[in-house]
Ligand binder design. Structure first.
Ligand SMILES: Nc1ncnc2c1ncn2[C@@H]1O[C@H](COP(=O)(O)OP(=O)(O)OP(=O)(O)O)[C@@H](O)[C@H]1O
Ligand SMILES: [Mg+2]
Length: 297
């Protein structure tokens, strides 16, 4: 569906995106991950034919993006990073307008609005929508003409956990129908759950590309942590691959003395920090985390 070779692009005379090569198969969910300002949205804009002064090749659905014509957009649905709705129009009027830009018959508005919980607000002006409502409307706009490729730039940002779950389920339904999906996100849990493969982009370059599972396995062994009672609760850890030689663990198992045991792998969050060298933006430093409030009888 997508083939990028030797792609370079610059907004100024300094090179920005450089030497990019990757391809995305039909039916794949492909994630763009990376720190703010890394070039993820820029890359999406190249792939949807908005930025055409690039060097190298970017083929999407058999068409070189710089030579796209109007027909190119019949098969591409874009959920931009920021709302692209006409604020003075209602949600329904916006959907009517955007669907009129395509030759294809639109998907039924009611069904889409219902799915994202906006059926009751369809006749409200978008200016009066909350951030999460705008995100949901922006998302269904991308699905209106049932395109084969969806480009979703941070679709779940600003959504509550229920809204985010609905959107993720809808993304998986599109994949099940054979659609290809480009997903940019800062949420590593979403990326690990949804993406077949992810590309980490840092400073306009791809610095890692693989399935989340392979990245996790390649970046460190899973660890087993176990606890037992001995003058209070004690705990210890050992690498998963070496549990058979952990004498203490063997003795605790033989004596049925284990209190708990669990294994944990590095998370995509940790891999993000390791690859990009930066902390995730949404992480709060430990001393700022709210303390749990306990009811004291
Ligand atoms: N139209 C533009 N003209 C000049 N520079 C731009 C333009 N759009 C983006 N840039 C610059 O290109 C760089 C990459 O921006 P881009 O929006 O692609 O980052 P991003 O990875 O999507 O970041 P974020 O995660 O914050 O959305 C930034 O330094 C940005 O300032
Ligand atoms: Mg962006």
């Amino acid at each position: 569906m997508i083939q990028v070779s030797n792609l370079s692009f610059s907004y100024t005379n300094q090179p920005f995106i450089s030497g990019m090569n990757f391809s995305v198969a039909p039916g794949e969910i492909f994630g763009f991950l990376g720190p703010s300002g890394a070039g993820k949205s820029t890359l999406q804009k190249i792939l949807i034919g908005m930025l055409r002064s690039y060097q190298g090749s970017a083929m999407v659905n058999g068409i070189e993006c710089r030579s796209r014509t109007k027909k190119f957009y019949e098969e591409i649905g874009v959920d931009f990073e920021f709302s692209t709705m006409y604020e003075k129009l209602t949600a329904r009027e916006n959907l009517l307008f955007f669907s009129s830009l395509y030759e294809k018959k639109p998907r039924p508005f009611r069904e889409l609005l219902e799915r994202v919980g906006l059926e009751g607000d369809a006749d409200k002006r978008v200016a009066d929508y909350s951030k999460g409502m705008k995100s949901r409307l922006n998302f269904i706009k991308a699905l209106l003409h049932d395109p084969v490729l969806l480009c979703l730039d941070e679709p779940t940002s600003g959504l509550d956990p229920v809204g985010s779950r609905v959107m993720k389920d809808m993304i998986l339904e599109e994949k099940a129908k054979g659609k290809t999906i480009l997903l940019t996100t800062h949420n590593m849990q979403d990326a690990a759950e949804l993406c077949d493969r992810v590309a980490f982009i840092v400073g306009g370059r791809i610095c890692a590309l693989d399935s989340p599972h392979s990245l996790i396995l390649s970046r460190g062994a899973a660890t087993v942590t176990y606890t037992w009672l001995e003058n209070g609760e004690q705990s210890a850890s050992c690498p998963l691959g070496r549990i058979s030689s952990d004498e203490r663990l063997k003795a605790l198992i033989a004596g049925n003395r284990l209190q708990s045991i669990h294994s944990s792998e590095p998370t995509l969050d940790e891999i993000f920090v390791e690859i990009t060298g930066r902390e995730l933006e949404y992480k709060i430093s430990d001393n700022l985390k709210p303390k749990f409030i306990r009811n004291v009888e």
